[in-house]
Write a protein that binds this ligand. Structure first.
Ligand SMILES: Cc1cc2nc3c(=O)[nH]c(=O)nc-3n(C[C@H](O)[C@H](O)[C@H](O)COP(=O)(O)OP(=O)(O)OC[C@H]3O[C@@H](n4cnc5c(N)ncnc54)[C@H](O)[C@@H]3O)c2cc1C
Length: 465
């Protein structure tokens, strides 16, 4: 944008918001130019902070009238570059719309604004004896609007499913500023097309959610957590497959390989010396004795597959320290190498041991360090390629391509929960046909004919497809 057009947009936006809700200073623009994807730095020309649906709608109408691109964002914790304003323009931050509007114990529902931090809803629900299961490991800072847009998962998806399974209804501001209410606040309901299903996971490219109705469930009364330690990641992977095949469904089976362990060991939690891999297994339910039996059975299966130790957390503080270490992995890996690219692949569960072996072999062949961790119980692994600097980037690109090829060849998908955004855009055609990509582009065009909302995301550039 030229200086003149930025000034014009600034003045028009101040008119529909207020001066304190429109920023164009260097440091604010810098903060909104990046997310957690390492996919690049794209400063917006302006950042706005609407506080109501009416204001969001007014911002969209203003941007449309001026032909200025606009890109929604929550906490910018995304790992696929979804919130990056690729063409500059206006970053629309939903963070000031952060109120929990209702939590109903009778209906088992919550109504929230999009900027509510996920952990805050979890806490409020638990205080009322309820449970919001989707738990991206970023729950301490990510927002529910971002979770809905990315269809976020998390460790507990193994037993409880992902964000999509909990979204009942939405208030949806379309790119032209029109406001729709879609979905329902009942558990069942099949009237009309499933537009909620279309919105969830649309990565901020079809509109913005300004109010979200979520399903809650009763909080399980007891939770038991064990750390299972293995000599090698391959043994851990085989044990995970065996546990699930034995008919046990823990709420989490989180894998941490030796590189990820090295990154977090001693930072609030000490893993047993010489651990080659670890699995965090957690079970929940209403009968405590049953959980001990289940955990013991799980431990025996793991021991048959080479587990060295099964350590059961003795209290809530031990449990929380273990999970804090798990949540630290993504960021702690940066201490091992200055750069990392995080892949978010999923394979059918039976192929978990195969993909882990193949990823390690690939890293060795290319001379790159690969850390593998994540929600292995549902086949979703975060394979992180660690590297020293831009000179290694061509090698990293080769590694990414080979990893994704391996994943798709095993019947998997290139992203389980982080989304396509910018980071995976060029790889989507590896698993989706040209006809399917064409249909989705037409859908985007139908909702956003001027292509001003979060442009250039998800779909590969046409000339390259
Ligand atoms: C340490 C760490 C751990 C993580 N662990 C997990 C994990 O376990 N599981 C997982 O799924 N993800 C995980 N993530 C990724 C990230 O936290 C999620 O994708 C999260 O849902 C993004 O939320 P956000 O508020 O930060 O959204 P942002 O990153 O700001 O935005 C993400 C996308 O949502 C869109 N958007 C934001 N708000 C709205 C809205 N109201 N309406 C429409 N579109 C909107 C944006 O345009 C963008 O496309 C992790 C990230 C980090 C840094």
């Amino acid at each position: 944008m030229t200086e003149e057009s930025v000034a014009r947009a600034h003045d028009a936006l101040v008119e529909v918001l207020s001066p304190g809700q429109v920023r164009r200073d260097e440091s604010t623009r810098e903060s909104y130019s990046r997310d957690e994807s390492d996919a690049g730095v794209f400063p917006p020309d302006l950042v706005v902070f609407p506080e109501s649906t009416t204001q969001v709608s007014a911002v969209f109408r203003t941007c449309q009238a001026l032909g200025v691109p606009f890109t929604p964002c929550g906490a910018r914790s995304g790992k696929s570059g979804g919130s990056l304003p690729l063409r500059g323009g206006v970053a629309v931050s939903l963070e000031r719309m952060n109120r929990i509007l209702d939590v109903s114990v009778e209906d088992l529902t919550a109504v929230v604004q999009p900027g509510v931090v996920t952990g805050e809803l979890m806490r409020v629900a638990e205080e009322k004896g309820l449970f919001y299961p989707p738990d991206p490991n970023s729950w301490e800072f990510c927002t529910l609007g971002g979770n809905v847009a990315e269809n976020a998962g998390g460790p507990r998806a193994l037993k409880y499913g992902v964000t999509r399974d909990y979204v009942l209804g939405l208030e949806w501001v379309l790119p032209d500023g029109e406001v729709l209410r879609v979905g329902r606040r009942t558990i069942k309901g099949v009237a009309g097309y499933d537009l909620v299903g279309l919105f969830v996971g649309s990565e901020g490219t079809l509109g913005v959610a300004t109010e979200i109705t979520l399903q809650l469930i009763p909080r399980p009364r007891h939770v038991k957590t064990a750390l299972v330690v293995f000599d090698s990641v391959h043994g851990a992977a085989r044990a995970i497959t065996a546990v699930l095949a034995a008919g046990i469904l823990p709420r989490t089976l989180e894998l941490i390989d030796e590189t990820a362990l090295e990154a977090v060991d001693g930072r609030g939690f000490n893993f047993p010396p010489g651990s080659g891999a670890a699995v965090i297994a957690e079970v929940d339910g209403n009968v405590e004795e049953g959980l001990f039996t289940e955990l013991a059975e799980l431990g025996e299966i793991c021991e048959r597959h080479g587990a060295r130790e099964v350590l059961v957390a003795q209290d809530e503080s031990q449990r929380e320290k273990l999970w804090a270490a798990r949540r630290l992995v993504s960021r702690a890996l940066r201490a091992l190498k200055p750069h990392k690219i995080s892949e978010d692949i999923v394979v059918p569960r039976s192929r978990i041991p195969d993909i882990i072996l193949a990823l390690k072999a690939l890293g060795e062949e290319l001379g790159l360090r690969v850390a593998t961790y994540g929600h292995a119980g549902d086949g979703n692994l975060h394979a992180n390629i660690l590297y020293d600097g831009p000179h290694q980037r061509p090698l990293v690109e080769t590694a990414i391509l080979r990893m994704l090829e391996l994943t798709v060849s095993m019947g998997g998908t290139i992203t389980g929960e982080h989304g396509v955004g910018l980071a995976k855009r060029e790889y989507l055609a590896m698993e989706q046909s040209e006809a399917l990509l064409r249909l989705q582009r037409r859908l985007k065009h139908f909702f956003d004919p001027s292509d001003l909302l979060n442009p250039e995301k998800i779909f590969p550039a046409l000339e390259r497809s």
